[in-house]
Design a protein around this ligand. Structure first.
Ligand SMILES: CC(C)(COP(=O)(O)OP(=O)(O)OC[C@H]1O[C@@H](n2cnc3c(N)ncnc32)[C@H](O)[C@@H]1OP(=O)(O)O)[C@@H](O)C(=O)NCCC(=O)NCCS
Length: 135
């Protein structure tokens, strides 16, 4: 399997299809317009292709100085456990290092803690947790 990694945004339609594999859009469908608007807010992207098929993606949302948030790290289920997700995160983190941002953050999806711990991420301390407001 030869996977090509590109630092470019995928077509919104391909992103939507990959996003749908996660079930994250349940109850709030990602329309083509919303997908395009979301991608437009990307600071840095890594897209993985098998030929012209988008099989993995991840992006950085941030200001390039203080904060970077890794988001939408997704590998097509048919391509998982082959190192693609690790390669994507590694490339995103390298970009953040080059920008010398103050921190690199992410929200870990249920059950994915071992994946991120293997890549060096640590859960925040209970006294200083990440927090979110459901909207
Ligand atoms: C999380 C995800 C991106 C991992 O991508 P991947 O290409 O399968 O990951 P890798 O092959 O690079 O995995 C490297 C290691 O991470 C760990 N890992 C990967 N997926 C894991 C999982 N689902 N559960 C536990 N550990 C996992 C394993 O140690 C794995 O090594 P191994 O296969 O030799 O055991 C992929 O499972 C995915 O897209 N899931 C759905 C979307 C999602 O939850 N994204 C994370 C958002 S925070």
């Amino acid at each position: 399997m030869s996977i090509a990694y590109r630092p470019t945004l995928p077509r919104p339609e391909a992103f939507r299809a990959l996003f749908a594999t996660t079930g994250w859009d349940a109850g709030r469908p990602l329309t083509p317009e919303r997908a395009a608007a979301a991608l437009a807010g990307t600071r840095h992207a890594v897209a993985a292709y098998d030929g012209d098929r988008l099989v993995g993606f991840g992006r950085v949302i941030g200001d390039g100085v203080l904060h970077a948030l890794l988001a939408d790290v997704i590998v097509d289920p048919a391509y998982q456990r082959a190192g693609i997700g690790s390669e994507i995160v590694g490339r995103l983190v390298e970009h953040c290092r080059q920008e010398a941002v103050m921190d690199v953050q992410l929200f870990c999806a249920r059950g994915k803690r071992p994946f991120y711990e293997r890549l060096g991420f640590l859960a925040r301390d209970d006294e200083a947790p990440g927090m979110e407001l459901g909207v």
